[in-house]
Write a protein that binds this ligand. Sequence first.
Ligand SMILES: *Cc1c(COP(=O)(O)O)cnc(C)c1O
Length: 428
Amino acid sequence: MMTSEQLFEKAKTLIPGGVNSPVRAFRSVGGNPLFIKSAKGPYLYDEDGREYIELINSWGPMILGHAFEPVEKAVADAIQHSFSFGAPTRKEVEMAELIVSMVPSVEMVRMVNSGTEATMAAIRVARGFTGRDKIIKFEGCYHGHGDSFLIAAGSGAMTMGIPDSPGVTKATAADTLTAPYNDLAAVEELLLNNHNQVAALILEPVVGNMGCVLPEPGFLEGIRALCDQHSVVLIFDEVMTGFRLAKGGAQERFGITPDLTTMGKIIGGGMPVGAYGGRADIMKMVAPAGPVYQAGTLSGNPIAMSAGLAMLHHLNDHPNVYTRLDAIGDKLTTGFRQTLDKLGLAYTINHISSMFTLFMTDRPVIDFAGAKSCDTALFGHYFHAMLDRGIYLAPSQFESLFLSVALTDELVDRIIQANDESLREVVG
Ligand SMILES: *Cc1c(COP(=O)(O)O)cnc(C)c1O
């Protein structure tokens, strides 16, 4: 039996940085990553035999807790009929119908294998539809690792200090325009200066990837209006917020209708799945209905569809999941605030329902600059103090936490207690 530490030493000789996705490496918080062996409900178990309470939930998908039985059962049933056919299946039709019924703006949808694929395809379709080349994104938003999006990117790129990745050509970078989040005037200026050249504007309607950042009142409405005025395709990247902030995602919660929506994470119930969809006139551009090419050998995979369908059906049929998530988020952040206020610490908590971030800064965090003002060293100490007490947080200041309904009130109290002790420890 190898410990997490031994596994990581070996992994580093075989896998770049020892991990298959950068933030997992714990670089920004120090120390070695835990290698996870199993998980059930609200708990994670590592290779060293320790138990942790989950506040990441696989970066979102485990919104119902780990190894949720209806999803487990759907996968067990599906594997008896082989694992892939590369031909259409009934489940894909069921999945498309369910997504269209749940997500307000989606009239047609195409399944892919990750959030990255969904966003790459969505901007290609927008470019094909408009005949324009440029896109607008916001500093600190993360839309997967497609070349066009690794400009002022959030999430792991931000955590590693490489928001503009080498390997992206100058030509690609030149087609990606960026604005500060929540800054409508900057967006308007970009649209005026690039008249009739912008195909799409893509954003996280609530940002999770520079930590949790909320749209200011009027921001999403203003973006919608500007896109209409300039005939720009508005893409909501709901890979994180979809099926999380409401069954219809942020667009339902905020009442804004995007032209295209990208989805991922929860949609696969823990399997590698993404999707993009939206207005039928735009989606009909996608091959073989139209000329914009996009394909996938394993797209709509029957095992993945079975997991996703079981997950989405549960969310669709149990609206109380969302009221419960709101309540858990409120209880947890209220408890955190009480400790922080008592200790007189500088902090900002951004919170909506089951997403929140404790930022180690006294500045309000409404954009990338605000997020970057955080004391990341202090966050690292806090992260480890929480881990020592059995609480598994995201190993970066620039990520949101994702709650699941598996958290009982008693577990929430334990987390609040651990937070209290951890903060006292790190401020000494
Ligand atoms: C996670 C994420 C992606 C990328 O999805 P992958 O499945 O990791 O490729 C894209 N957009 C947002 C908003 C995300 O949170």
